[in-house]
Ligand binder design. Structure first.
Ligand code: RNT
Ligand code: ZN
Length: 416
C-alpha cells in the first residue's frame, strides 16, 4: 500500500473522499500577483514605492524589465500545482520602444503582452489601478484629494483601468477582478475626516460610471486601517469600503486583505459575515507580522482558517482568492512559490476536513465531541494527500528550492 492509499483509507473513515478533494483543488483559481517579482516597482516610472507600503531587503536578482519579470513568473509557476490566474498592476504596462502613456491615458494595447502571456498559459488576469508611486499623488492623496485636478486625474486612471479590465475579460474569457486600493490618508490626527471620504466616494462613483458588465469586470474596494506615514487616518477604512460595497452591490465587491485590520481581528471570521450579504467577495491573502508587513504566506493557522471558511461556506465560486505579499529579503521566486503553495495546501486541507460532521456536532450542542474531532483532524495525514496532489499536477511535493537555486545561479545572479 502506498502512503497515499493509506491516507485515503484514514480519511475515508471521516467520510472524506481524498480523490474528490484533489480533483476539486485543481480547479480553484488562485491569483498570483506580478509585484512580488520586482518589489512593487513596475515599468512606468523611475521613482520608488510610495502609498504607505514598503518592501524591505535587497536580495539580488530582481526582475528589471518585462522580459525578466515574465520569465521569473514562468519559472515560479512551473513549480506550483493548481490553477493560476495572474494579477497585474497598472504600473506594469508594457510599452513599445519610445512609447509612453501616463496613468490617465492607459489603453488596452499597453497590456497586450500580458494578454498574450496569460492566453498562452490558459490563465485569466486580474487587474489593479495604481494609485501610488507617481508624481500626481498630491500631499499623499489621490481619489480623495481636495485638489480637483488631482482627483480628476486619478478618476480618469480608474476609468481607463475599467476599460483595460474589460479587455482582459474579453480576451481571456475569464472574469477580471479589478481592485481599487488607495493609500490616501494622514500621518497625524486629521482636522477633517469626512471630507476626504466624501470625495473618495464621489470618485469611485465616477470611476464606476464607466460602462462594464459585472459578470465580466468585477471592481472591488479594498480597505486598510493604516499605512507607513498614514498612521492616523486612511480614507478607505473598513467601514467606508464595506459600506460603499454594500450600497453598490450590483456594481462592486468588498475586498479584504488580512493585513489590513487590527491585529486581533481575523478575516476568516469576516468571510462568512460578508457572504451572508454579498453574492461575491474578494480576498488578498497575505501575512502581517506586527503590522501590514506583507510577509510571504505560509501554512499558518489563519491561512488554514481562511481556506476552511471558504470551503465550509460552500463558497469556492463566490470568493476570489488573490495573493498579496512582497518580500525583497529572500529569493523572490521562492517567495512566490512558497506563498502560492501555502494557499493551495490550506485549500486542500480544508477540502479534506469533515466539516459537515463537525457542523452537525455544533448544531446538536455536542461541543466536547466537536473539539475532540477538530483536534483529531490536525493529525490526519494531509502531507500524503498533498504529495499525491503535486504528483498529479506534475510538480515536486517538496524540495522545490533546488530548482530555484539553480535558476538563481544561472539567471538571477547574472543580473548586475
Ligand atoms: C496595500 C494593499 C494593496 C497593495 C497592492 C500592491 O496595503 O494591500 O493591495 O498591496 O495593490
Ligand atoms: Zn492588498
Amino acid at each position: 500500500m502506498t502512503r497515499y492509499e493509506s491516507a485515503k483509507e484514514i480519511y475515508a473513515k471521516y467520510g472524506i473522499d481524498t480523490d474528490a478533494a484533489i480533483a476539486k483543488c485543481k480547479e480553484i483559481p488562485v491569483t498570483l500577483h506580478c509585484w512580488q517579482g520586482d518589489d512593487v516597482i513596475g515599468f512606468d516610472h523611475d521613482g520608488g514605492l510610495t502609498g504607505g507600503i514598503q518592501t524591505t531587503g535587497n536580495y539580488p536578482g530582481k526582475a528589471r524589465n518585462p522580459e525578466e519579470l515574465l520569465a521569473d513568473m514562468d519559472k515560479a509557476m512551473s513549480l506550483m500545482p493548481g490553477t493560476k490566474k495572474v494579477n497585474v498592476h497598472a504600473c506594469y504596462a508594457i510599452f513599445e520602444e519610445g512609447e509612453f502613456a501616463d496613468r490617465d491615458a492607459l489603453e488596452p494595447k499597453h497590456f497586450q503582452k500580458w494578454v498574450d502571456f496569460a492566453k498562452e498559459r490558459g490563465m485569466g488576469i486580474d487587474f489593479n489601478p495604481t494609485f501610488f508611486s507617481h508624481p500626481k499623488v498630491k500631499d499623499g492623496l489621490t481619489l480623495s484629494s481636495p485638489d480637483e485636478e488631482t482627483r480628476k486625474f486619478w478618476v480618469e486612471h480608474g476609468k481607463a483601468c475599467i476599460r483595460i479590465a474589460n479587455y482582459f475579460a474579453e480576451e481571456t474569457g475569464i472574469p477580471c477582478v479589478m481592485n481599487i486600493w488607495i493609500g490616501d490618508g494622514f500621518k497625524d490626527v486629521p482636522a477633517d475626516r469626512m471630507g476626504p471620504r466624501m470625495r473618495y466616494k464621489q470618485s469611485i462613483d465616477e470611476i464606476l460610471s464607466e460602462p462594464y458588465d459585472i459578470a465580466k469586470v468585477k471592481p472591488c474596494v479594498e480597505s486598510k486601517v493604516f499605512g507607513i506615514g498614514v498612521e492616523a487616518y486612511t480614507a478607505g477604512s473598513a467601514e467606508f469600503t464595506l459600506s460603499y460595497a454594500a450600497m453598490n452591490k450590483d456594481k462592486c465587491l468588498p475586498l479584504m486583505d488580512n493585513g489590513h485590520y487590527h491585529p486581533t481581528e481575523v478575516v476568516s471570521d469576516k468571510i462568512p459575515a460578508l457572504l451572508t450579504f454579498f453574492p461575491e467577495v474578494a480576498l488578498h491573502v497575505t501575512r502581517g507580522i506586527r503590522w501590514d508587513s506583507d510577509h510571504v504566506v505560509v501554512l499558518d493557522d489563519e491561512t488554514k482558517e481562511i481556506a476552511q471558511e471558504i470551503v465550509r461556506c460552500d463558497a469556492l465560486d463566490r470568493v476570489y482568492i488573490a495573493l498579496d505579499f512582497f518580500d525583497a529579503s529572500i529569493n523572490r521566486i521562492s517567495a512566490w512559490v512558497t506563498g502560492f503553495r501555502s494557499m493551495q495546501k490550506a485549500l486542500l486541507n480544508a477540502l479534506c476536513t469533515p466539516s459537515a460532521a463537525m457542523k452537525e456536532l455544533q448544531d446538536s450542542a455536542q461541543f466536547s465531541r466537536k473539539m475532540v474531532m477538530m483536534e483529531d483532524c490536525k493529525m490526519l495525514p494531509i502531507g500524503d494527500v498533498w504529495a499525491e496532489y503535486c504528483r498529479q499536477c506534475g510538480v515536486d511535493a517538496d524540495n522545490y528550492y533546488d530548482e530555484i537555486e539553480k535558476y538563481e545561479n544561472e539567471v538571477l545572479l547574472k543580473r548586475v
